[in-house]
Design a protein around this ligand. Structure first.
Ligand code: PHE
Length: 446
């Protein structure tokens, strides 16, 4: 496969695209419920430490490979391995990434479908005046209804794939330029709103005063997986975006901007959600249903509540849309790399992901009693293993390739941060990120 000539039209467009990929369910849905389940502030601290020590340097490694290869992830890895006179088996890392994004996108589309359902219910004012029990029952009822779940999953996937099929400058870039600034405005409005309500101070206290007794190896592994997930690192998805990165742009600066924005969104969303949780005296450890139950309850009896709730679900939908197109891109780019047209490649990916997503849809009804690896239903399985194990493992291999295999001149040019910046990055990846990821991964698994 020859080099791609597609480029993001500006440095800003590249940063927006990567931020769009990073900010998504990870920040708004997963971060609050994981923090809730893993004891609050200690989890938050671990996650931020992992973002800085691992996520950020590995993100640079991943984008660097894409930028140096200028091909689909699989083809970039094969091409660069050849340049380095290393084995071209490295390309299987690209295939592993494609498998990871395949599973992630399959549940991502289902959960994003929930936000479509809840957006419509909020606009209709369906939650107005309902009791907490009725709102809980509404969510349960929705989960148990495979038809409605299927409809929303299909609709979301259609939205995603339409943009992906339109290509880089027509589809992905236009959508990101429009949605990302809107998202920040909405989020800030929500936090200002939360600041005027009862739960605000308890939420801050809970989010920012750590209890280190709550930290187990499992919690550490969860925080590691989450740091990779939220930054969109470890699945070769950012590698696919790196292939279109403009020629003159410092990679560390761009990556740092993305990481800061990403953590900020998680914190803001966390404050908004936990303010609602504490104002109602609810349990932060509710699990994946956290925001779909607590938020409607919190807003059901407030003036303008349905308006704020609609804003929130709109926000979630916008954020997930820009992430899901990133999840689809490496698969589509790989199929394009073996000669398929973009439209056909997109259609094939869509059908595959739709089918796998149906297993998640049915996990809440028909297949609720089908268990995998012990107690997990398919949805539990697909929301944990790919995130907590495949992403760190993929990230580890990406880091090894970039910091140990890739020839120095190629890496130096792709990082675009001068010789000193390069040396600092490489030392960090070699001696901090790689050993630490390995350590957490192994201790979490054992
Ligand atoms: N970062 C995205 C989120 O937080 C999810 C994602 C993971 C996207 C891996 C791409 C690759 O929702």
């Amino acid at each position: 496969m020859s080099e791609t000539l597609e480029r993001w039209s500006s440095r800003r467009a590249f940063i927006l695209a990567v931020t769009g990929a990073a900010v998504g369910l990870g920040n708004i849905w997963r971060f609050p419920y994981m923090t809730g389940e893993n004891g609050g502030a200690a989890f938050l601290l671990l996650y931020i430490a992992f973002v800085l020590l691992l996520g950020l340097p590995v993100m640079m490694a991943e984008i660097m490979i894409g930028r140096a290869g200028r091909r689909s992830p699989m083809h970039s890895l094969a091409y660069l391995a050849q340049q380095a006179k290393a084995t071209t088996h490295w390309r299987w890392l690209g295939a592993f990434g494609a498998m990871t994004v395949f599973f992630i996108l399959s549940f991502y589309s289902v959960v994003s479908g929930w936000s479509i359902e809840f957006l419509i219910e909020s606009i209709n004012g369906d939650f107005e005046g309902l009791s907490p029990d009725e709102i809980g029952a509404n969510f349960e009822g929705f989960l148990a209804d495979p038809l409605r779940m299927t409809f929303n999953h299909s609709l979301f996937l259609l939205l995603t794939m339409t943009v992906v099929a339109a290509g880089i400058s027509n589809g992905l870039e236009k959508l990101n330029n429009l949605l990302m600034p809107l998202l920040y405005l909405l989020l800030i409005a929500l936090v200002v709103y939360a600041a005027f309500h009862d739960g605000f101070v308890p939420a801050l206290r809970w989010l920012f005063s750590p209890d280190f007794d709550a930290v187990t190896p499992g919690v550490v592994l969860n925080a590691l997986g989450h740091a990779f997930f939220t930054l969109a690192v470890g699945a070769c998805a950012l590698m696919a975006y790196g292939a279109y990165m403009p020629d003159h742009q410092s990679l560390p600066k761009a990556a740092l901007a993305v990481a800061v924005l990403d953590v900020l969104v998680a914190l803001l969303a966390g404050i908004a959600i936990f303010s609602a949780v504490f104002a109602q005296g609810m349990d932060p450890a509710e699990g994946p249903g956290l925001m779909f139950v607590t938020l409607p309850i919190a807003f059901a009896n407030l003036p303008w509540g349905m308006l704020w709730l609609s804003i929130f679900f709109l926000l979630l939908l916008l954020a997930t849309w820009t992430s899901s197109i990133n999840l689809a891109e490496p698969m589509v780019a790989t199929l394009q790399g073996i000669g398929l047209r973009r439209g056909r490649a997109t259609a094939i990916v869509a059908v595959g992901v739709w089918l796998a997503g149906m297993l998640s849809v049915l996990s809440f009804s028909t297949m609720a009693d089908v268990h995998w690896l012990g107690e997990m239903n398919f949805f539990d399985l697909v929301t944990t293993i790919p995130t907590d194990i495949f992403l760190p493992l993929g990230g580890l291999l990406i880091a090894i390739f970039a910091a140990w295999v890739l020839p120095r001149e190629i890496a130096l040019r792709a990082l675009d941060a001068g010789p000193n910046g390069f040396r600092a990055w490489r030392a960090m990846v070699r001696y901090v990120s790689i050993p630490l990821t390995l350590l957490v991964l192994l201790s979490g698994l054992l």
